[in-house]
Write a protein that binds this ligand. Sequence first.
Ligand code: ADP
Ligand code: MG
Length: 237
Amino acid sequence: MPTFAGQPVIELRDVAFHYPDSDFALAIDHWIVETGEQVACVGPSGSGKTTLLQLLAGTLVPQSGTIDVLDSQISNANESQRRSIRLREIGMVWQEFALLDHLTVLENVLLPLRLDREIKDLRPHRQAAGELLRKLGLENRVMKFPLTLSQGERQRVAIARALVRTPRLLLADEPTGNLDPSNKRNIVDLLRDYASSHSATLVFVTHDHSLLRDFSRTVNIAELNSHALTAQDDANA
Ligand code: ADP
Ligand code: MG
């Protein structure tokens, strides 16, 4: 089903999440991201940025409240439904890129398709993945292994993997972490260009304030988390 500008792509209501063995708790009363928005997420280390992305991707599930992502209520979906939404509709770029060292560049990019049990024939996708790699300037790296690549090249492989299924939602977790300024700029431009040209929505976690002006808005997780605000008020009382 197509999504249109102005419609929420992400909507959280009364979400409460905590890890079983940690004091950290996330409470988000209401948060909306609309179709086509490019949102930067900031917040101190440990404020819950990665946790929030994992809740959106359905790798974590809140103890209460609802999380709507694209056309599904991911918070109430079962594990296999969540996995399928994640593989088919969400592109993810993780910190340190999370490439598999024993797979070639092409195999890494095809991973979201290979993990999808409903895809029996990878051949047509191989061609699309090859084209994407060519577009990203990696045509001579297709059969190489990640450890033989430069950091900038690994970063583009991670982006190709996130884009290979033309997702409507892109989640990026500090993907510019240890990169030099020109590679940083490159990754932000590639993700933003994809989002703009595909009317996709981008949620980009960063601690780099020099990147914020590129985004349509910035959200601070420490301010979004009403549990953190309450804890702070109690400490100040
Ligand atoms: P950020 O990405 O903003 O640095 P995280 O979302 O990774 O923050 O973590 C938020 C808090 O939750 C931290 O205090 C962290 O120690 C804790 N935490 C993260 N992952 C786990 C886990 N798997 N189990 C227990 N506690 C966790
Ligand atoms: Mg994090």
